[in-house]
Design a protein around this ligand. Structure first.
Ligand code: SF4
Length: 353
C-alpha cells in the first residue's frame, strides 16, 4: 500500500435497502494502538473507522455525534481505511517498552466488515500481533473471520487469543431491521463452530438485547441453545443503551419498523441512556439461568494455547459495552485530537451478565 490518500466508492449489500454506495477513504495513520483508560485492557486497535454494517443501535453513533460527524443514516457510508496500520503496528510492537499487554481489536468498528475482504488489514494486524506474542481479544459480527483461521491459530499458539461474536438474536425480522449491513446471525454461529473446532477460544456476546423485541424468553433461549450447539466457549449479554447520537437514529428507525413500541421505549429510556437496574436485572438473571441450563463452557477438543513459558495474561470475555464505549471514545479522541487521549472518559456504567 502506498502512503498517499485515495478515495474509492464500492456498492455494499444491505439487508433492507438492497445496495448502498460506500465510500472508502484510504488514509494512512500515524498511530495504530490507542491507549484506553479504566478498563481490563489498556490498548485498542481499529484498522478501519466507520462501519458499513450500520446497525441502528450502534454505540459509535454517539461518539460520531460528539465529534460533530454524521450519526444518522449517513453513518457507515464513508469508511476510513488505515492502509498502513499493520506497518505502524509492527513498529509499535517492536519497541522495547512494549509489554505484550492485551489488545482489543474491533471495539470502535467491526474488523470484519466488508472492507476487510479487499484490504486484509485485520489479517495483517493479527499476524503482527502473533509475531510479537501479544494477547488479543477480537469482537465481530463478521463471519468473514473464518478466512483467517490460519492466522488466528498461529496467534493462539503464541499468546492468549479470544474471539467474541456479537449475536443478540436469531430472529430474522429483528436482525434485518436493526443490522442492515451484517451477515445473518446463523452464519456467525457457523463461524463460532469453525473457530472452536480449530481450537480457538470463541464465544458469543448477546449485545445489545432490545427491550420488547429480542428479550422475549423464547428468543433468548434460542440464542443460548444455538451458541451451546456451536460450541461457544462462553456467553454474556448486554442491554441496549441509548446515548445522544445513537438515541435519535435508533428511535426513528423504531418508529418506522415498530411504531407500537415507541411509547414503551420513551418510558424505559426517557431522559436516560441506560435501563434502570430494576428493568435490566430480570433479563440478566434470565440469561444467567439459560447459560447454566444449556451448560455453556469451554469444551474444545483441541485447545490452542501459548507455551507455558509465555507469561500468562488473563484474557476474559470482555464486556462489549465497556470495550465499545471506551475504545470508541479513544478512537474518536484520536481522530479529533491526534493522539491526545486526555478526554477519554472512564466507563462507569457496565452491565455484564
Ligand atoms: S457491527 Fe458494531 S461497529 Fe459496526 S455498525 Fe454494528 S454495532 Fe456498530
Amino acid at each position: 500500500m502506498g502512503c498517499g490518500s485515495a478515495t474509492r466508492t464500492h456498492p455494499n449489500t444491505c439487508s433492507i435497502l438492497g445496495v448502498v454506495s460506500i465510500e472508502y477513504r484510504e488514509e494512512p495513520c500515524k498511530v495504530a494502538l490507542n491507549l484506553v483508560k479504566g478498563m481490563p485492557f489498556r490498548w485498542s486497535l481499529n484498522p478501519y473507522m466507520g462501519c458499513a454494517h450500520r446497525c441502528t443501535f450502534c454505540y459509535v453513533r454517539a461518539f460520531e455525534a460528539r465529534a460533530d460527524r454524521p450519526s444518522d443514516d449517513r453513518y457507515g457510508r464513508s469508511i476510513r481505511v488505515k492502509v498502513n496500520v499493520a506497518d505502524i503496528l509492527r513498529r509499535e510492537l517492536a519497541r522495547r517498552s512494549w509489554k505484550r499487554e492485551v489488545v482489543a481489536l474491533g471495539s470502535a468498528t467491526d474488523p470484519y466488515q466488508p472492507a476487510e475482504g479487499r484490504y486484509r488489514l485485520t489479517r495483517a494486524c493479527l499476524s503482527a500481533l502473533a509475531e510479537a506474542r501479544t494477547p488479543v481479544h477480537l469482537i465481530t459480527r463478521g463471519p468473514m473471520i473464518v478466512r483467517d483461521v490460519d492466522v488466528l491459530s498461529e496467534a493462539s499458539r503464541r499468546a492468549e487469543v479470544s474471539v467474541t461474536f456479537s449475536i443478540p438474536t436469531l430472529d430474522h425480522d429483528i436482525w434485518r431491521k436493526t443490522e442492515p449491513g451484517t451477515a445473518p446471525p446463523r452464519q456467525r454461529l457457523r463461524a463460532v463452530k469453525t473457530l472452536v473446532d480449530a481450537g480457538i477460544k470463541a464465544g458469543v456476546g448477546m449485545a445489545p438485547i432490545l427491550p420488547g423485541l429480542s428479550d422475549r424468553p423464547e428468543l433468548l433461549d434460542e440464542v443460548v441453545r444455538a451458541a451451546r450447539d456451536a460450541g461457544a466457549t462462553g456467553i454474556w449479554a448486554n442491554l441496549l443503551y441509548l446515548r445522544p447520537g445513537t438515541r435519535e437514529h435508533f428511535l426513528s428507525n423504531l418508529a418506522r419498523d415498530w411504531p407500537e413500541l415507541v411509547a414503551h421505549y420513551q418510558a424505559l429510556y426517557g431522559g436516560r441512556a441506560y435501563l434502570s437496574k430494576a428493568a435490566g436485572d430480570p433479563l440478566r438473571h434470565s440469561v444467567a439461568r439459560l447459560r447454566e441450563k444449556h451448560g455453556i463452557a469451554d469444551r474444545r477438543a483441541i485447545r490452542l494455547e501459548p507455551p507455558h513459558d509465555v507469561e500468562p495474561l488473563q484474557l476474559q470475555m470482555l464486556d462489549a459495552a465497556a470495550i465499545s464505549a471506551t475504545s470508541a471514545a479513544s478512537d474518536a479522541a484520536t481522530v479529533a485530537k491526534g493522539n491526545d487521549l486526555a478526554n477519554v472518559p472512564p466507563v462507569s456504567r457496565r452491565s455484564p451478565i
